[in-house]
Design a protein around this ligand. Structure first.
Ligand code: FES
Length: 205
């Protein structure tokens, strides 16, 4: 996820705290930042470019979600400040389209296909297995922020039905011909890797 807490600001002294980033020159916990600093540089560039395009708000929201993983309030406020759209309008568009997320997602986003081919090939059993294992519903994230489950429309590889795609950062992996058992193996494999990660980091030091 690309939310960036700018440690550099702590070294930069009062008054300069976020001068380079949000241009508010504010002190700790300023009204705009609420203690969390977002790096708006890429977003600002996108807003500048999108201003020239009709229907730009949808493009800006898509890009903002790509950058931050979801649409935090601070990002919505930033878009409002830099465009002619009010926050109410932006929230209206953001909530109209199902693919926009207003809450953070887990490290691994499980996109489970519910298209026709997958549905008739057992997507419901796969969904039940995931929900039971992770104890979440569609659209929810596990408490440890590792997994989010999203039911989606056809992923475009119907011959492999039932299919899920797991997105981790910029990486996407597609898994086909799923069974409930195979699905749990995949999920638990990822979980196992996460558990191993601190060990690997220790060894690398
Ligand atoms: S219906 Fe699932 S990939 Fe097409």
């Amino acid at each position: 996820m690309y939310v960036k807490y700018l440690t550099i600001l702590e070294e930069s002294g009062a008054g300069d705290r976020c001068g380079n980033i949000c241009e508010n020159n504010c002190e700790n916990n300023c009204e705009n930042c609420h203690g969390e600093m977002y790096d708006f540089r890429e977003l600002d560039d996108i807003i500048m470019q999108a201003k020239l395009i009709k229907g730009n708000l949808i493009i800006i929201l898509q890009e903002a979600q790509r950058i931050y993983g979801y649409l935090p309030r601070e990002v919505i406020n930033r878009i409002s400040e830099r465009t002619e759209h009010t926050t109410a309008e932006i929230y209206g568009v953001a909530t109209f389209y199902a693919h926009h997320r207003l809450k953070p997602i887990g490290k691994h986003l499980i996109m489970l296909c519910q298209g026709t081919a997958c549905h008739v090939s057992g997507a419901q059993q796969i969904e039940k297995a995931i929900k039971d294992e992770l104890e979440i519903e569609d659209g929810e994230t596990t408490e440890d922020m590792l997994f989010t489950l999203n039911n989606v429309a056809c992923l475009g590889c119907c011959s492999l039905a039932p299919v899920m795609m797991i997105k981790t950062g910029e990486e996407e992996e597609t898994y086909g011909n799923l069974t409930p058992e195979r699905t749990l193996e995949i999920i638990n494999g990822l979980r196992h890797l996460e558990e191993q990660e601190p060990e690997n980091e220790k060894e690398a030091v």
